[in-house]
Design a protein around this ligand. Structure first.
Ligand code: PLP
Length: 402
């Protein structure tokens, strides 16, 4: 871990998470749960009082698109959990990514991004940002010479993810941060798959950490949201950009995200333990060519994962390749009784997806093979149910998929 990192955490993550959203006592009593502030604006008794808040946004709230008590509660707790100087909310994961990038980039600038980033981010970088004069080159960012070869005088950002989708490759965040900083670049890390309970990229040198809180932080498939955390100057600029672009999270979604944050440490522990159990079980089954899970000793980057994820929790996402190929994958999904096909992830219940027909559908089979995504690859978002029940459903589906 970087020695120069200053700790912004004054308590353990479970305590921070459990107390998220508490509001200061005013009249001797206070609600235990933070209310939903379903108001677009706050009123003031005088012009002076309003000016005080306009000039000092951390002393009160003004207009909902700028901030609200629900947003502040969410951002404050996430900054502490990420051990970051600051955090701000956005209406979705994509909103957070766009706001954070737009805070540090201008027309003519260039990004070097990892080839394995989430498809939505790829489309944003590839199809949308070029229209604003911002270009991206894709490389394997663990390959220093490839990063160096992609550099332009205008390169500003190195962009990656902690755990990649769907092969669960681990990015060496410490090496990426050292490389980025030695080249005068900022390191942006989407840590949606791991959450701060599993890995805190700021502690390895990331300048900005991004989350689709729609996934694990929300955890119940009922709220859309995004978080950007990291260097205070960048987060303040990203927050301002988000406000002006109207990327604000709705009040109920912010409230739901705070409510869910309280159980994030418990849920990530359960997701990780179950995923470890499922991965170990799958590894022993005939008919499975490969299991991708960073907690497995057979994972090529297991040692790196252990270093970056020191609690021994590796998250709830894994993938596995069926020997029976695409037809087998289709039979497997149809045979599942309790585990539904869901084109998202991170619910408390176990869900499955087929990357070749969903997230990586736009690639040809040859392109998919090149990046290691076989037609028989299935991605499992392992939930918090009883492990034996998850395995039982997988076992009967596996028998029917052959
Ligand atoms: N980042 C990652 C890694 C994701 O998986 C997703 C969505 O699946 C996003 C960002 C975008 O999040 P949202 O759908 O909340 O915009």
């Amino acid at each position: 871990m970087l020695e120069e990192i200053v700790s912004h955490q004054t308590q353990g993550p479970a305590t921070t998470a459990a107390h998220a959203g508490e509001i200061p006592e005013r009249t001797g009593s206070r609600p235990v749960a933070q209310p939903i502030f379903q108001t677009t604006v706050h009123s003031f008794k005088s012009i002076e009082e309003m000016e005080q808040v306009v000039e000092n946004p951390d002393q009160g709230w003004f207009y909902y698109r700028y901030d609200s008590p629900n947003h502040s509660a969410f951002a404050d707790a996430m900054a502490k959990l990420e051990n970051a100087e600051a955090a701000a909310t956005a209406g979705s994961g994509m909103g957070a990514i766009f706001a954070a990038l737009s805070a540090v980039l201008k027309s003519g600038d260039h990004i070097v991004a990892d080839t394995k980033i989430y498809g939505g981010t790829y489309s944003l970088l590839n199809d949308q940002l070029p229209r604003f004069g911002i270009e991206t080159t894709y490389v394997n960012i663990d390959d220093e010479s490839a990063v160096r070869a992609a550099l332009r005088p205008t390169t500003r950002v190195l962009y990656t993810e902690t755990l990649t989708n769907p092969l669960l490759q681990v990015t060496d965040l410490e090496a990426a941060a050292k490389l980025a900083h030695s080249l005068g670049l900022l390191l942006f890390v989407d840590s949606t798959f791991s959450t701060p309970i599993v890995c805190r990229p700021v502690e390895w040198g990331a300048d900005v950490v991004l989350h689709a809180t729609t996934k694990y932080i929300g955890g119940h498939s009922d709220a859309l949201g995004g978080i950007m955390a990291g260097r205070k100057d960048i987060i303040e600029a990203a927050h301002l950009a988000g406000k002006l672009m109207g990327l604000t999270q709705g009040p109920f979604d912010a409230w739901l995200n705070v409510r869910s944050l309280k159980t994030l440490p418990l849920r990530m522990t359960a997701h990780s333990r179950n995923a470890q159990g499922v991965a170990e079980w799958l590894s022993r089954q005939p008919g499975i060519v490969k299991v991708n899970y960073p907690g497995l000793e057979s994972h090529p980057q297991h040692a790196l994962a252990r270093r970056l994820m020191p609690e021994g929790l590796f998250g709830g996402m894994l993938s596995f390749e069926l020997e029976s190929g695409e037809a087998g994958a289709r039979r497997f999904v149809r045979a599942l009784r309790e585990i539904p096909l869901v084109p998202s992830l991170a619910d408390v219940t176990t869900t499955i997806s087929h990357p070749a027909s969903s997230s990586h559908r736009m690639l040809t089979p040859e392109q998919r093979a090149e990046v290691g995504i076989g037609e028989g690859l299935l991605r499992l978002s392992v939930g918090i149910e009883d492990l034996q029940d998850i395995i039982q459903d997988l076992e009967q589906a596996l028998a029917q998929s052959k």
